[in-house]
Write a protein that binds this ligand. Structure first.
Ligand SMILES: N[C@@H](CCC(=O)N[C@@H](CS)C(=O)NCC(=O)O)C(=O)O
Length: 212
């Protein structure tokens, strides 16, 4: 069955891989799935045809036959549950990998997004200079906890899993802030994720659309 995802016609990050279709592409590559991409403009994302797929008018979406999904966490769990490569066989290890996916999306990503919004959307506000250190310290606090857990390990819980795919994807957004480099083991963890052939293919595919 053909898999089709949606992505920005032109990503605001110019191809740095921060748009969330990259994590879905990465999961598709890790699980050896062939897929097609439908590019959508910002205007088209808010029109009825796209809203029927994604009630919040965002990318990415995922279509496979009758199935339509949105939310990258749900899409990656769907792929990981049906194809080998992203979840361990052992039921407990599988549950822990899914736990790390939720941790990435609901505990680590929110303060990182808040920082990104503060830097990009609020830097011209009179209160921005005062607020920025508070927002940055919230990110540092989470990273410090994550760094203590990762320690010298390669991945979060044994072999690479969907939990790592999501955590690395979330942490990548921090690179331009310099905060990731304050935690050398996490910077190395992210670099390990980026060096995976499947990530490189996913990155190159979105770069081909957005660069230039
Ligand atoms: N929680 C959603 C977030 C989706 C999201 O924020 N997508 C962004 C692109 S990375 C988007 O479509 N932004 C445009 C908009 O919200 O209008 C997920 O993980 O899929």
């Amino acid at each position: 069955m053909t898999i089709t995802i949606t992505a920005f016609e032109r990503s605001p990050d110019g191809g740095q891989g921060l748009a969330r279709d990259t994590r879905v592409r990465w999961a598709l590559e890790e699980t050896d799935q062939v897929y097609e991409v439908r590019l959508v403009s910002f205007r088209a994302m808010k029109e009825p045809a796209h809203l029927a797929l994604h009630p919040f008018g965002q990318i990415p979406t995922y279509e496979e036959g009758d199935l339509v999904l949105f939310e990258t966490g749900a899409i990656v769990i769907h792929l990981a549950g049906r194809h080998a490569g992203l979840l361990p066989e052992d039921p407990n290890a599988r549950a822990r990998a899914i736990t790390w996916m939720f941790a990435a999306l609901s505990t680590v990503e929110p303060p990182i997004l808040e920082l990104a919004n503060a830097r990009i959307l609020e830097s011209d506000k009179p209160w921005s200079r005062e607020r920025m250190p508070v927002v940055a310290d919230r990110v540092r606090s989470r990273l410090s906890q994550l760094s203590a857990r990762v320690g010298d390990d390669d991945w979060l819980d044994g072999a690479f899993s969907a939990g790592d795919l999501m955590m690395v994807s979330v942490l990548l957004r921090l690179r331009s802030s310099g905060i990731l480099d304050e935690f050398p083991n996490l910077a190395a963890y992210v670099a390990r994720g980026e060096s995976r052939p499947a990530y490189k293919r996913a990155f190159a595919a979105q770069w081909a659309i957005n660069a230039g």
